[in-house]
Every structure is written in C-alpha cells, then in structure tokens.
Design a protein around this ligand. Structure first.
Ligand SMILES: *[C@@H]1O[C@H](CO)[C@@H](O)[C@H](O)[C@H]1NC(C)=O
Length: 272
C-alpha cells in the first residue's frame, strides 16, 4: 500500500469503528427474567416480551457502555394496555447509580400512551418529562433513541429530538460521566401508578400483553467520534421546540408544587 492506500485504509477503519452497528439479540443481549416470556425471533433481529398476571419479562445488553447512541425500534402493546409499562433504558449498577429512561405507560383502548423520560445521576432522579406521541405507537415499529455523550443526553423519537438534558456539572448539577451503563428493556405490570395515576388497572382477561423490539443499534460516542460532540442543528432545534410545545404533558422544570424552593439550574439554562 502507498501512503494514499494507508490513509484510505485508516479512514475506512475509522468509519467502520464509528458507524452504528446493528446488534443481534442472540449475540449482544441476554434475557434476564420472565421464565420463557421473552423470545428472540427472526434469527436475533427481533425480540418479543410478554406479560401475564404471573410475571413480566426483560432483557439487557451483555456489554456496558460509557457513552453511546442507542437506537431501538419498538411496537408497543396494542389495544387495552392500561397498567402495563414497557421500558428501554440505560443504567449503571450499584449505589449512586446513573440511569437514562424511556418508559411507555400503557392506556385503555383508544387513549394515548404516555412517554415518560428521566435522568438519574449519582442515584438522584427527579428530572421527569412526559410526552404524548404524534402517532399510534402500537400500529407499527418506531425508533426510540438515546444519545449520551459527555456534553448532553438527547432523547429522540423517529429521529426527532424530544428532550435534551445538558451537562451542567460545572454548576453543580450531577450528570452521568463516569459509570458505564447497560441497556435494559422490560415489560411489567405497574397498575398501581402507571395509567391515569393508578385509577385504571390491568385487565388480565386481555393477557398475555406483548411488546416487540427490533433493530437494536449501538454507536460509539467515544472521544473523537462524531457522536462524542453530537448536538442539535437548527432543524433539530425547531423540531424539539415543536415537540415540547405541542406534545409535552409534564415537565419537572415547571412543577412548582413539587419544587417549591425552585427548580434546578439546568431548567433555567435549558437553551435548545
Ligand atoms: C391515558 O389517557 C388519559 C385520557 O386521555 C390521559 O389523561 C392519560 O394521560 C393517558 N396516559 C396515561 C398513562 O394515563
């Protein structure tokens, strides 16, 4: 190889390393609970979770990641999903854990799901934002993504940013920067709080409830990769503004009842 050949080779190697790789559920994930209720399908390209009155089910990634972009396609429990919660989240282990959550709170037939997001750093959460979706999440697969780099966490739905949580560590707000996290997904019963504040219970006559996962992608956000400095462009900022104005149904930053002494610094500084 000449110099050109070598630099081309290096360039290609970098591209390959930074490109998102499609995970295979057989190779990259393990079913951790549910006693047969979680099933890998389609040669590892898909996974289904089910819930009945005896148990839910779940899986996790085999590897841990320190920063990354994680994409998952989900098709949520259809019809009467009241009481059920479907999750896709990152978490470290042990005391003072970090966590980045997507939780989908089911609803009665015809009523909209609530998408619940939260960020925990050093064991402290209380950073909830909730959204309604602009489509029926049970009719087809949609892509839900978490971008986590040292500067910010971005939640996306079909590539539209719905939330950005910036790193304000310099102002004393905890942010996950040092504990590697695994990807976790589960389907479980939470009818004591999930739907309409716990008023609507799971209808076990409709069990088993099934949620489907596929096209799990993991992209490195290690230093030097494009993802390491990923931020919103003007398109993304417009989209975020639209989602937050039209589809956000709860924002901890605006909850003076819960935070009578005032909300945290990142709320005041949250520029898109
Ligand atoms: C369920 O539907 C009701 C009525 O539309 C709505 O108020 C609620 O936020 C929805 N979601 C959940 C999880 O209760």
């Amino acid at each position: 190889m000449g110099t050109w050949g070598i630099s081309l080779f290096v360039l290609l190697a970098c591209l390959v390393a930074a490109a998102p790789s499609t995970a295979n559920f057989i190779r990259d994930a393990e079913i951790t609970w549910g006693d047969g209720r979680a099933k890998i399908v389609d040669g590892g390209r898909g996974l289904s979770l089910s819930l009945d009155q005896f148990s839910g089910s779940g899986f996790q990634s085999k590897n841990e990641y320190l920063f990354g972009r994680f994409d998952m396609q989900l098709k949520l429990v259809p019809d009467n999903s009241a009481g059920t919660v479907t999750t896709f989240f990152l978490s470290s282990q042990g005391e003072g854990h970090d966590e980045i959550d997507f939780e989908f709170l089911g609803n009665s037939t015809g009523e909209p799901y609530t998408v619940h997001t939260n960020v925990y750093a050093q064991g402290k959460g209380d950073k909830e934002q909730q959204f309604k979706l602009w489509f029926d999440p049970t009719a087809a697969f949609h892509t839900y993504s978490i971008v986590w780099n040292p500067q910010r966490i971005i939640f996306l739905v079909d590539n539209s940013p719905i939330r950005v949580f910036n790193n304000h560590k310099a102002s004393g707000v905890q942010f996950p920067t040092s504990q590697p996290m695994r990807v976790y997904c589960s389907l479980w019963n939470a009818d004591d709080w999930a739907t309409q504040g716990g008023r609507v219970k799971t209808d076990w006559a409709k069990a088993p409830f099934v949620a489907n996962y596929r096209n799990f992608k993991i992209e490195s956000c290690a230093a030097g990769t494009p993802c390491a400095s990923h931020e919103l462009d003007s398109n993304g900022r417009n989209r975020l503004r639209w989602v937050q104005q039209k589809h956000m149904v709860y924002n901890y930053c605006a909850d003076a009842t819960r935070f009578p002494l005032g909300t945290s610094i990142e709320c005041k500084r949250s520029r898109f």
